[in-house]
Each structure stands twice: as structure tokens, then as C-alpha cells.
Design a protein around this ligand. Structure first.
Ligand code: CUA
Length: 334
């Protein structure tokens, strides 16, 4: 009995010391979202559990090694015993209850971070190798920086134009993978003004490490002022908007505007020309054909460009107005 009491006291002392040590390292950056509160609570519980389980095992092992070691002159065998039903029931039941309790806490935290506020502001996030773009449908413009008003739930509707990326701002705690050809939601309510950094958290190619963006949390008034400034400085000419979109969405990577052949057909002199297709027919490159080619690139494949390699994600990623702007840009190159 004396040994049990000493071990218990040592375990308590070691747990307190290890917990204090873990806390002093500062494992988490400052918390800046409402959804992070329950995650930090979970972290707090795990820190205690880690400190306790580590102490329990190490203290018991080291105590037994030193106190029950073979004394000088001892030559006999230790006492043999086999099986202990009470012990076995205890070490099955206690971890089972602990794991079920942690699962309950995890599920509760998950449902809290997913809570939907119907008045949330939508921001569309477009990820591609290797940049981020944020569209504000309520204000009809897009930005390279993610500006967010403090205290309002943001519904991030995210899509990727190529491979899997992942949205991660450590101060917001939540992380969400972004899949091509699909829109995934992440809800964040910023609670703290400041500048943060969005990093891509899914290895996505050579410049994965450079795939960062500024996140700026501002007051409601500053947010409105920023949107007015962005709207005022956004180009009004559809051709200019189309040109911006072509670079933003990577069209220019595969389609040249000087007649040279890249991955896809050039856009120079394309509009209202007669385009030979891979099935032997010809089609007039009017707005209808170009719209179809952007939305359903697999349907009409230009001769010499089969099999098609253009992603079919643009019908989702682009609005109809954006497609019209792109076509206005293509028309300006005719
Ligand atoms: Cu995108 Cu890593």
C-alpha cells in the first residue's frame, strides 16, 4: 500500500510538471475565430491526458526499476503469479470509457465548428497551382487578399481548378481540403482584428510552399470601406476584365494570344473564325461555341488537340458574366 501512495503522489507531481512544461512552449498561435474555442478546449484536455498517461507509465516503470531491483546477495526467483481478473477488467474498462468520452467531446466540438449562421457572408475561394483568389459575390469583385469583417460568420465556398489544395489559417484553427470540380464549405467567424497568413496545407506541386495569401480581419466599417475602394478600382471594360480573368484562372498558361501553339489552341484570330474539329466537321467560333467549349471542353475538340486535356471545372468556377467577359477578351483578339 505504501508503494501505491508514493507512486500516486509522484504521478500527480509529474503530471503537473509536464503539463506546465507543455503549456510554456506555446504550441498554438493566438486564437482568432469563434470556431477555434471548442478546439482549444479539446487541446487543453488532451494536454492533461498526455501529461497524465506519460507520467503514469514512466513513474510506475522507473519506480519499479529502482525500488524492486535485485538487492545485493539475493539469488532466488521472483514470486510467480498468473492472471488477475480485477486488473484486466480495469485496464479494459477505464481506457474504453476514456476513449468514448473523448469521442463524445470530439463530436460535440465538430458540430460546434459546423454550426450554420443563415446570415453568413459568402466568399468564394478559388485555389489553383499556386495562388488563391477570393470572390465576393455580394459586391461583385474578386481579390488576391482575403478581407473579413470581425464578428460575422463567413461561408467560404471553396473550389480548386487543378489538384487538391487545403485552406489553413492556424489562428482560425480549422483546416479544409479543397477538391477540384467540387465546392466545399468552411465556416469561420473571425473574432480578433489583425493580419494573418493563409497557407496551403496540402502538398500540391513545386511551389506548394509559396501558395500563401494575406488574411486581414477588419472592423465592419473598415470592411465596407475596403469593398467600396475595390469596387471603384475594379476595371469596368469587359475586355480588360476578361484579360484579368484569363491570367487569374490560368487560361493564359495553355492558350496563347500571339498565334503560337501552346497546350490548347491560340486565341488570336479565333473569334468568328471557322474551327476544324477532330471529328472532321467545322464550327463557327461564335459566343455560343466558345461558351460551350469553356463549360464542356470534352464535347467539341479542335482538330490536333485530341484527346482533350482542358479541365471541365470552369462551368462551376466561373459565373456567366465572367464567361461573357472572357469571350469579350477573345473577341478583341480577332
Ligand atoms: Cu496548394 Cu499546396
Amino acid at each position: 500500500m505504501k508503494h501505491f501512495i508514493i507512486i500516486a503522489l509522484l504521478v500527480i507531481a509529474s503530471t503537473l510538471a509536464i503539463h506546465a512544461g507543455l503549456n510554456s512552449i506555446g504550441l498554438l498561435p493566438v486564437l482568432a475565430s469563434a470556431q477555434g474555442v471548442s478546439i482549444d478546449q479539446l487541446f487543453g484536455i488532451y494536454m492533461w491526458a498526455i501529461a497524465f498517461v506519460f507520467s503514469l507509465i514512466m513513474v510506475t516503470m522507473l519506480y519499479s526499476l529502482f525500488v524492486f531491483r535485485r538487492k545485493k546477495g539475493e539469488t532466488g526467483e521472483g514470486t510467480h503469479f498468473e492472471g488477475n481478473n480485477n486488473l484486466e477488467v480495469a485496464w479494459t474498462a477505464i481506457p474504453l470509457i476514456a476513449v468514448l468520452y473523448l469521442a463524445f467531446l470530439g463530436a460535440r466540438s465538430l458540430s460546434e465548428t459546423r454550426r450554420i449562421d443563415p446570415s453568413a457572408m459568402v466568399v468564394k475561394v478559388v485555389a489553383e497551382q499556386w495562388s488563391w483568389q477570393f470572390q465576393y459575390p455580394d459586391y461583385l469583385f474578386s481579390s488576391k487578399d482575403l478581407y473579413l469583417p470581425v464578428g460575422k460568420q463567413i461561408d467560404l465556398q471553396m473550389t480548386s481548378l487543378d489538384v487538391i489544395h487545403s485552406f489553413y489559417v492556424p489562428e482560425f484553427r480549422l483546416k479544409q481540403d479543397i477538391l477540384p470540380g467540387r465546392s466545399v464549405d468552411l465556416r469561420i467567424t473571425p473574432t480578433r482584428l489583425g493580419h494573418y497568413t493563409l497557407t496551403c496545407a496540402q502538398l500540391c506541386g513545386a511551389h506548394h510552399a509559396d501558395m500563401v495569401a494575406n488574411v486581414v480581419v477588419v472592423s465592419q466599417a473598415d470592411f465596407l470601406a475596403w469593398t467600396q475602394k475595390e469596387i471603384a478600382s475594379a476595371p469596368k471594360d469587359p475586355v480588360l476584365i476578361g484579360q484579368q480573368l484569363a491570367s487569374l484562372y490560368g487560361c493564359a498558361v495553355c492558350h496563347s494570344v500571339d498565334g503560337s501553339k501552346k497546350v490548347g489552341p491560340t486565341w488570336l484570330h479565333l473569334y468568328s473564325s471557322s474551327v476544324p474539329l477532330s471529328d472532321g466537321t467545322k464550327v463557327n467560333a461564335d459566343a455560343t461555341y466558345l461558351t460551350n467549349s469553356i463549360k464542356n471542353p470534352n464535347l467539341q475538340i479542335v482538330a490536333g488537340f485530341s484527346p482533350n486535356v482542358m479541365p471541365d471545372t470552369f462551368a462551376q468556377a466561373l459565373t456567366d458574366t465572367q464567361i461573357q467577359n472572357l469571350i469579350a477578351y477573345i473577341e478583341s483578339l480577332k
